[in-house]
Design a protein around this ligand. Structure first.
Ligand SMILES: Cc1cc2nc3c(=O)[nH]c(=O)nc-3n(C[C@H](O)[C@H](O)[C@H](O)COP(=O)(O)O)c2cc1C
Length: 181
């Protein structure tokens, strides 16, 4: 049980594959990991905080400026607590913001403030994925030792065919486990 009692901060961004994060949460909870979700503003257009909270059995964070019950600053406490930060799906937008160190939302601040391993699972339209801007941003993040589970080739929700479909859930779970081996 390599994930038992591990603290996994799961970032969910605004991509159509956000619904697959629900399955990932279920699998992680089944493996006795503690999952705390950070849903980006645009991520909440695709999945609800209620769904993520129910599946993860933990409070879901969406707003950096929400008044908390304790004095602790969420992005700092989550960053310290995390054994790993996983982002599923990682959008082109979040990848770009992380590559230049933008800290304008809770997910980006948590990643910047954390010393934990970061695993990004991109999913997007093939042209977005192959755009030089996205490729360069991914290379920058790799140079920061961020790890990636690259998307698969296949048919996407937009109807296009190519690289960009979120990697299979089992591949993502295996990559998270690998971090702790
Ligand atoms: C229906 C729809 C589907 C989208 N799917 C994706 C996607 O799969 N990947 C992606 O990078 N952006 C996608 N976008 C664009 C993002 O939602 C947009 O860039 C957003 O600002 C991302 O914000 P976030 O990274 O802070 O969550 C989609 C937008 C819409 C309207």
């Amino acid at each position: 049980m390599v994930l038992k009692n591990k603290n996994i901060v799961l970032g969910i961004c605004g991509g159509i594959a956000a619904y697959k994060s629900c399955d990932i949460i279920r699998r992680l909870v089944g493996l006795e990991a503690s999952v705390e979700c950070i849903l980006t503003r645009d991520g909440s257009k695709f999945v609800t905080p209620l769904t993520l909270q129910t599946l993860s059995r933990n409070k879901v964070r969406t707003d950096m400026f929400e008044i908390q019950n304790s004095w602790e600053i969420d992005h700092v406490s989550l960053a310290k607590k995390a054994d790993v930060v996983v982002v599923v799906p990682a959008t082109a937008d979040t990848i770009a913001r992380l590559a230049i160190g933008v800290a304008d939302d809770l997910l980006a601040c948590t990643i910047l403030a954390s010393r934990a391993s970061v695993l990004l699972c991109p999913a997007m339209n093939p042209n977005m994925f192959h755009h030089k801007a996205t490729r360069n941003n991914i290379e920058i993040l790799k140079s920061y030792n961020y790890q990636f589970v690259m998307p698969e080739k296949g048919e996407l929700a937009c109807g296009d065919f190519g690289d960009g479909r979120l990697a299979d859930v089992s591949v993502i779970i295996a990559a998270i486990m690998e971090i702790f081996k």
